[in-house]
Write a protein that binds this ligand. Sequence first.
Ligand code: OGA
Ligand code: MN
Length: 216
Amino acid sequence: MHPFSPRTGIRTTLRGSNNNMNQQFDQLINSFLSNKVGIAPAFLSQALSTGLRQNIAHLQQSGQMKASGIGNGEKDLQQITRTDKICWLSKTSENVFELEFLEHAEDFIAYLNRTCYAGINASEFHYAVYEKGSYYKRHKDQFKNNNSRKYSLVAYLNENWLAEDGGGLQLYDHENTEPILPHAQSAVLFKSDETEHAVLVANRSRLSISGWLKRV
Ligand code: OGA
Ligand code: MN
């Protein structure tokens, strides 16, 4: 929407939080457009990042984090390609942080559609934990037999992550060869069909939410 409303002749004001949120959305999209991989350092509020981290801790304690698949229904049971454990988020969850995250993602998708005509009409997200020694080898996110995944959006939940903790997001078709560290509150955006990437071996437990913006 244009900030100057022609109907009333007064400049529409956005709530502070919306402003900050749109700034993060803009940063994620603009860096994606100029660099193939977008980064927003404060995509999640600190409270939301902390709440989601606690969710993963509970899911781990109750045995709900499970070995992940590698394709449509294909399980990577030998855990050769990837050794993370995952659990899908659900809109029917009663957890406030999970619902807030999904709502935040919906807001971002609406913003992406409005500003970039992205045509996204579905999404899916899972929690992920990479225990010490875990990794995800070089891959693309779009399945070979289903092209519905258009954009990958990963949000990170790790306080005080150091370079020596490993676990960086390594990109391959990209000038920037430095791995991206999974800092709490930050998010990355890239194309699911184009961008080859890997998660380097994590030297401590690494928590995140991975998701895909889809056209179905
Ligand atoms: C994935 C993935 C990257 C990351 O879940 O497909 O590549 O940095 N995640 O967690
Ligand atoms: Mn991936």
